[in-house]
Design a protein around this ligand. Structure first.
Ligand SMILES: CC(C)(COP(=O)(O)OP(=O)(O)OC[C@H]1O[C@@H](n2cnc3c(N)ncnc32)[C@H](O)[C@@H]1OP(=O)(O)O)[C@@H](O)C(=O)NCCC(=O)NCCS
Length: 150
C-alpha cells in the first residue's frame, strides 16, 4: 500500500489541508465545511500524505447499536493504492462492537464493500440537494433538535 499516515484525530485539521474532495458533486461542501463534518462526526479515519488530507471516512452513531458511514473518499490521484480499503478496515475495527454499520453506495461498489465484509441490503434514502454544500450553522449544535429523555 502507498505510504500514507493514518489518524483518527480531526481536531487539528485545517481547511487548507482538505482541498480537492467531493469530485463531481454539483454543489460540494467547502474545505471549511468538510473540516466541520469531520470534527462533528462520531468517528473518523483520515489519510495524510505529508500534511495533506488525501482520504477520509466518517461515521455517525448512537454509540450503542448503530452506526452509519456517510462519506468515504480518496483524492483521485491517490486512488487505487489501497487507501480506501485501509480507511474502511480501520473504521469497521473502530465500530466493531456495534450491531450495525450501514452505508449507502452505488451498485458498482457492491463488490468493493463485500470484500470488506459488508452485505447488500435494500436501502431507502431522501436527499435535499439544495443543502448539498452543508447547513450553516450545523443542526447538531442545536440541542433542542436532539432526542430528549422523556
Ligand atoms: C471508492 C474509493 C473510496 C476507493 O478508494 P481507493 O483508495 O481508490 O480504493 P482501494 O485502492 O482500496 O481499492 C481500489 C479498488 O476499489 C474498487 N473501486 C474503486 N472505485 C470504484 C468504482 N467507482 N466502481 C467500482 N469499483 C471501484 C476497484 O475494485 C478498485 O480496484 P482496482 O484499483 O484494481 O481497479 C475511491 O475510489 C473514491 O474516493 N471514489 C469517489 C468517491 C466514492 O465513490 N466514494 C464511495 C461512496 S459509497
Amino acid at each position: 500500500m502507498y505510504r500514507v499516515r493514518f489518524s483518527n484525530d480531526p481536531t487539528t485539521l485545517r481547511p487548507e489541508q482538505a482541498e480537492g474532495f467531493f469530485v463531481g458533486w454539483p454543489n460540494p461542501p467547502s474545505p471549511q465545511t468538510l473540516v466541520r463534518i469531520l470534527q462533528s462526526s462520531f468517528a473518523v479515519w483520515l489519510a495524510f500524505d505529508d500534511d495533506r488530507l488525501v482520504g477520509f471516512v466518517n461515521a455517525l452513531s448512537d454509540g450503542v447499536l448503530n452506526a452509519f458511514v456517510p462519506l468515504l473518499e480518496v483524492l483521485p490521484e491517490f486512488q487505487g493504492k489501497g487507501i480506501g480499503t485501509e480507511l474502511v478496515r480501520r473504521m469497521t475495527e473502530t465500530l466493531g462492537d456495534l450491531y450495525a454499520i450501514d452505508l449507502v453506495c452505488y451498485a458498482e461498489l457492491i463488490p468493493y464493500y463485500q470484500r470488506l465484509g459488508f452485505q447488500p441490503l435494500t436501502a431507502m434514502a431522501k436527499r435535499n440537494y439544495g443543502a448539498q454544500a452543508g447547513v450553516t450553522p450545523s443542526l447538531g449544535r442545536d440541542t433542542s433538535l436532539r432526542a430528549q429523555p422523556s
